[in-house]
Design a binder for this molecule. Sequence first.
Ligand code: C5P
Length: 407
Amino acid sequence: MTLSSTKILLVISGGIAAYKALDLIRRFRERGASVRVVMTRSAQEFVTPLSAGALAGEPAYTDLFDSKTEFDIGHIRLARETDLVVVAPATANLMAKMAGGHADDLASTVLLATDRPILIAPAMNPVMWAHKATRRNVAQLATDGITMVGPNAGEMAESGEAGVGRMAEPLEIVAAAEALLATRDPAARPLAGRKMLITSGPTHEPIDPVRYIANRSSGKQGHAIARAAAAAGAAVTLISGPVTLADPPGVTVVRVESAREMLAAVEAALPVDVAVFAAAVADWRVATAGTHKLKKGQAGTPQLALVENPDILATIARRTSERPRLVVGFAAETENVVANARDKLARKGCDWIVANDVSAASGVMGGDRNTVHVVTAAGVDSWPIQSKEEVAQALVARMAETLEESV
Ligand code: C5P
């Protein structure tokens, strides 16, 4: 959904930034949105309902007990006849009222009565923004599913003080409104209602308490898939070996070190609709890891005896109960990429193998781009070189299609 033909209810509360709300009305309308305005009493000390109403193209609403307004439309219709509620500026006071569920004027009543998405653009003095009470309210509003844009750092209009508290600029608020509407568009959330698990990163196999066997996997591709799947609406559990990447937003992250810990975490995350095994799991571990640090010169050069790790992908793909409907493995190959991937599909019992060329020349390991071949029983799709984010989005789109078809 874009802003064109979107109904926006703009709540203006009282702060110097209220003058920017007038520009915001124009920006929304330029993009084809219709805007209805509700103003608090203190907002009217900064801008007049007349100017807000003139820009919106209909009178601004100000009073909960105005008999004409209540008769014509009423606060419940104001709250519901809208696709999106935007609060700009959102003062510390109005945010406190929202967090506490107060409804003692038209603005706070409409905010309590609405079941539509709410975007707030806070604006206040930096000391008020940093106050523990405001911190509590911000956390509460986030828990309540309210989206926030800004505030930005900069100089305050009234005092010349610098710090965080300036309202986001109108165009930033417009962009946040578009992003919020996009995430709620069913077409943009084709994995809504699906559960997904993804393994990512390397594993570390201990040699002794301070040493381990590892590999060069960065986790970038697996984490990108988790991010794309969450953005597509899936409930995602990301089981990650040691990586330096930030947790993708909106994803449950389980951190593990070794292959055996990863298998246990994967089994604990079942049942899921889709399981993606993007981790570079160590094939072997040290048979008996030392409980103390191995010391030089004690018994000559240590000889490490290795034993095979469980194959997590094959274990899950061959389960007879709670097998995910779609099991996707990865193949990091340095030669005969597609032929080896076909062979792996059969050996592991999975539904897809996403094969990539990780020979040193390709720069895939740790890099940002990837060339993949999606190998399934139906054939091979070779995709052009893309960023790992693009590969993730294309894989997620194909997973959603496959789940739709197999219903
Ligand atoms: O056999 P190979 O390591 O090339 O297979 C790669 C695929 O198998 C990847 O999807 C990887 O995550 C998975 N795998 C696994 N457990 C292992 C080894 C590989 O899940 N022990």
